[in-house]
Design a protein around this ligand. Structure first.
Ligand code: PGA
Length: 247
């Protein structure tokens, strides 16, 4: 795994957006794996800007988001579909039928998970998967202890994850208790992975990751064995890792 240290959130966002833009320039029908959360917000803004500057089209791109809350439909203001609409989809020419997220209202959740996996396969697999990382090392909604062999599945959100996301809802109670998430094996099948981390609140988890132990107790550590994974992290996120990194 490659580590890239950048100065701050803006540099992280710009570099990630350049890599995403380059992927679309290189492969106009690329399949992109997308993430939500605070971390990639500014990256999406730069992606819109850089792709517009280069007059790149998303017409033939397909996107697959990591996860979606159970119980929230696409039109719900807190659904990840709405997040994506706000930050990316409304601003680009990606056909609506090419923007995939798990269906949080599916009557049969298991069938929905299988459908999502099959769709990714049909699209030829994910060329470039964007990830954030939780303070506990989760990727997608795969919390510590999730098997590395997991595929898209139903998860019960941990209290710490619900609390971390409560700022987007009217109250903690309003945060859904379950979600559908790509599994860890779904994520690691991606040809290339880009994990972004910014801010002091990620410093502990990156220091853990830098110790180099691959364990299901730290889901992001699976990336240490991936052939083409890069972490772009800013100085704050690497505050406790720099010494180890230079060893
Ligand atoms: P954040 O979430 O980008 O809002 O910090 C990251 C994650 O939990 O994966």
């Amino acid at each position: 795994m490659k580590w890239i240290q950048v100065k701050n959130y803006t540099e992280m966002s710009q570099l990630a957006a350049r890599i995403m833009t380059e992927k679309i320039a290189e492969k106009p029908n690329a399949t992109l794996g997308l993430a939500t959360g605070g971390t990639p917000e500014q990256m999406y803004r730069w992606l819109r800007e850089y792709s517009a500057e280069r007059q790149l089209s998303f017409r033939d791109v397909q996107t697959f988001n990591l996860d979606e809350y159970i119980g929230l439909g696409r039109e719900h203001p807190n659904s990840y579909y709405q997040y994506m609409r706000t930050h990316l989809f409304a601003h680009i020419d990606l056909p609506e039928a090419h923007a995939h997220l798990p269906n949080g209202l599916a009557a049969d959740v298991n069938a929905e998970c299988l459908r999502y996996e099959a769709l990714i396969e049909q699209a030829g697999g994910i060329d470039l998967q964007l990830l954030g990382v939780g303070k506990n090392g989760h990727i997608g909604f795969n919390e510590p202890g999730t098997p590395f062999t997991s595929r898209t599945h139903l998860v019960q959100l941990t209290e710490s994850t619900r609390a971390a996301n409560a700022c987007y809802f009217s109250s903690l109670e309003a945060v859904p208790t379950h979600a559908i998430t790509m599994g860890i094996a779904t994520i690691t099948k991606s040809k290339e992975i880009l994990l972004l981390a910014s801010g002091r609140e990620k410093a502990n988890v990156l220091a853990e990751l830098m110790r180099g132990e691959v364990t299901e107790e730290l889901p992001a550590s699976v990336l240490l064995n991936h052939a083409n994974a890069t972490i772009i992290a800013d100085e704050d996120a690497l505050a406790f890792s720099i010494v180890a990194k230079r060893k």
